[in-house]
Design a protein around this ligand. Sequence first.
Ligand SMILES: Nc1nc2c(c(=O)[nH]1)N[C@@H](CN(C=O)c1ccc(C(=O)N[C@@H](CCC(=O)O)C(=O)O)cc1)CN2
Length: 288
Amino acid sequence: MTATIIDGKAHALALRTRIASHVANFRAAAGRAPGLAVVLVGEDPASAVYVRNKGKATRDAGMESFEHRLPADTDAATLLALVAQLNADPAVDGILVQLPLPAHIDAGAVLLAIDPDKDVDGFHPVNAGRLAIGADGFVPCTPLGCLMLLQDLHPSLSGMEAVVVGRSNIVGKPMAQLLLQQSCTVTIVHSRTRDVAAHLRRADIVVAAVGIPHFIQGDWIKPGASVIDVGINRTDTGLVGDVDFAAARAVAGAITPVPGGVGPMTIACLIRNTYVSACRREGIEAAL
Ligand SMILES: Nc1nc2c(c(=O)[nH]1)N[C@@H](CN(C=O)c1ccc(C(=O)N[C@@H](CCC(=O)O)C(=O)O)cc1)CN2
């Protein structure tokens, strides 16, 4: 079998185009554009690219982008004061602080300071709790994008065996919650799991978010499985995922490439979440 390659760029473009048309209606109804504030601390080159791409995607969707770039030696109090200012700004519907933050800043404290109702990254504990109990909130963009790609392949995920590799608060845990909501049987495997391969060989769905280049071998994949690779690892040979793509492709039914798979969906879902936030704040029903 040779897997279908899932075109994340095309899916992301379609989502961004759809949201842009909804934003046009929002602007007509609300008399203003949705606004997204992005905060970058320091000069990490990859983060700078992501922030630039977020600004462009925001403007392309007809929304207002507010970019705040702070030097790497910014202290926590200055960053918290900026977050408080953005929380209070009525033109700002969504706030995100680009991660990772410099080591001297407690990222948890900063995320906690963001108004949960403007937390379009879905990283605030209130939104993590809302996701866990199935209440309305914001779902982190990368797992939301993975779910959309999976739902395009499988209109019903009910009863499927899903294995999430990695237990981060940003991807692994929310991904598991989303799959559970879709009535999958969900297993999270991680660094202390005794036999990762044995779990994966049973999986109809694999979501790899472990941050180790080519960690998942082709012969760990169940024939026909859907494989979503969240890994973005910079190696001497270029950007690679957490899955041995060439080997897994020969076994899987469908697989995301790196680059061009999950990454573009992260930014498209951010645009979606910002539009949803603006609608909630204006009492307008979001068209999704
Ligand atoms: N506040 C946040 N910080 C971070 C998040 C996040 O969702 N919120 N996620 C990542 C970085 N990220 C967005 O911020 C992101 C990563 C990758 C891509 C992407 O499109 N990747 C391309 C490859 C681009 C490259 O060469 O690096 C792809 O996979 O095709 C978009 C967004 C950590 N921080």
